[in-house]
Design a protein around this ligand. Structure first.
Ligand code: MG
Length: 262
């Protein structure tokens, strides 16, 4: 069952989402070569607590940290470590969630550290754009698979691949609620969207094959062929007036706007 949220519940999720937007701004300015992935995690955890929220991932099914940090061929769920350093030219996936008065928000972005080759920047741009297109489908009376199809059609038109092992999700009083939101599918299928639904949409895109495997740590998902992967995510409320991106201070997809090429 897809739980509809009241205006009060969405307001709490907006507060959680705007805290995450602040974390994203902070990380864009602070992540640099030589830092460890644990340095990032500790900074974000302290920030979230200072803002009066709680980290959403720490302890979730045993995940040990606040941020999932997934570098290069790592797709999602990388575990922060003092031994894993950021290098110039890496692309760093940062996935974070927080909880305000029992309500969750979830977002992710992939950050290039210094200059990256044009084809790598293209991977990041196309993944971001696919999220933005999916967000535009979050309107009453669209179908759930219209969201999925918006991601798939844009990504595949640019020759990249969609990871299938992980999907987006409803979100609210739990981090993962119904429905599951695949990043692929034919349009016009599945439940009709309604005002009050809140969806975490999260395309995961690779430069090579879509297949992934899990490392021995039990968490980190990497591309099976070692190709680079990108991940972007927003928490989005369906409203009568269209989508509201709860993980952006403007309500719009701020992750997409600055680098958007239309
Ligand atoms: Mg998520």
């Amino acid at each position: 069952m897809i739980v509809l949220k009241s205006a009060r519940e969405i307001a709490l999720m907006r507060r959680a989402g705007h805290i995450l937007a602040g974390v994203v701004e902070r990380l864009r300015a602070s992540v640099r070569p030589g830092m460890s992935t644990l340095d990032i995690d500790e900074d974000v955890e302290a920030y979230i607590h200072r803002e009066g929220a709680a980290p959403a991932f720490k302890g979730y099914r045993g995940f040990p940290a606040t941020v999932c940090v997934s570098i290069n061929e790592e797709v999602v769920h990388g575990i922060p470590s003092p031994r894993r350093k950021i290098h110039e030219g890496d692309i760093v996936g940062l996935d974070l969630g927080c909880i305000v008065e029992g309500y969750y928000a979830d977002c992710a972005f992939t950050l290039p550290v210094g200059p990256v080759p044009a084809n790598v920047q293209k991977l990041l741009d196309v993944t971001r754009e696919s999220l933005d297109r999916a967000i535009q489908e979050c309107r009453p009376e669209r179908r759930l698979s219209d969201v999925s199809h918006a991601v798939q059609s844009h990504v595949e038109a640019h020759g990249f691949s969609i990871v299938r092992a992980f999907v987006g999700h409803g979100i609210g009083r739990a981090l993962h609620e119904e429905p599951q939101i695949p990043n692929f599918g034919d349009p016009g299928r599945g439940p009709q969207l309604r005002a009050g639904m809140v969806l975490a949409i999260e395309p995961m895109v690779t430069m090579g094959s879509w297949e992934v495997r899990i490392l021995d740590d039990g968490w980190t998902a990497v591309t099976q062929d070692g190709s680079l992967a990108a991940h972007f995510e927003h928490t989005v409320a369906v409203t009568e007036n269209g989508p509201e991106v709860l993980t952006s201070r403007t309500g719009q997809s701020a992750l997409t706007a600055p680098a958007s090429r239309g």
